[in-house]
Design a protein around this ligand. Structure first.
Ligand SMILES: [Zn+2]
Length: 108
């Protein structure tokens, strides 16, 4: 249950930021290992806080010059494989500018 581990990390971090958490806002990138929906469901099962999960579209910069949304090649439970829609490169030839992570944007 990978999303439980991810949700646990988010919950621990939220508790570090505020002692008595009531509301939590999280952003899940398109290229993160877990989808926004999975994160939301896991969080709602684990805490009774007001949980809001937003989705962030990806943005990559490739060595070929392409800059924009990544192409998702394969997505499964706990992983996401993507490449450059222009030249097909993946991995080290590109950098993820946006949408590559799961982060807390608000604790209330
Ligand atoms: Zn490229």
């Amino acid at each position: 249950m990978h999303e439980i581990a991810v949700a646990n990390r988010i919950i621990e971090e939220a508790k570090r930021q505020k002692e008595d958490v009531r509301a939590l806002k999280v952003e899940v990138g398109e290229l993160a290992e877990i989808s926004a929906k999975e994160v939301e469901e896991a969080l709602k099962q684990m805490v009774d806080w007001e949980v809001e999960v937003g989705f962030v579209e990806s943005k990559i910069k490739c060595s070929c010059g392409f800059e924009g949304r990544a192409r998702i090649v394969d997505r499964g439970h706990g992983y996401c494989v993507f490449n450059c829609p222009d030249c097909g490169a993946s991995g080290k030839s590109m950098s993820v500018l946006e949408g590559g992570e799961i982060k807390i944007v608000g604790v209330g």
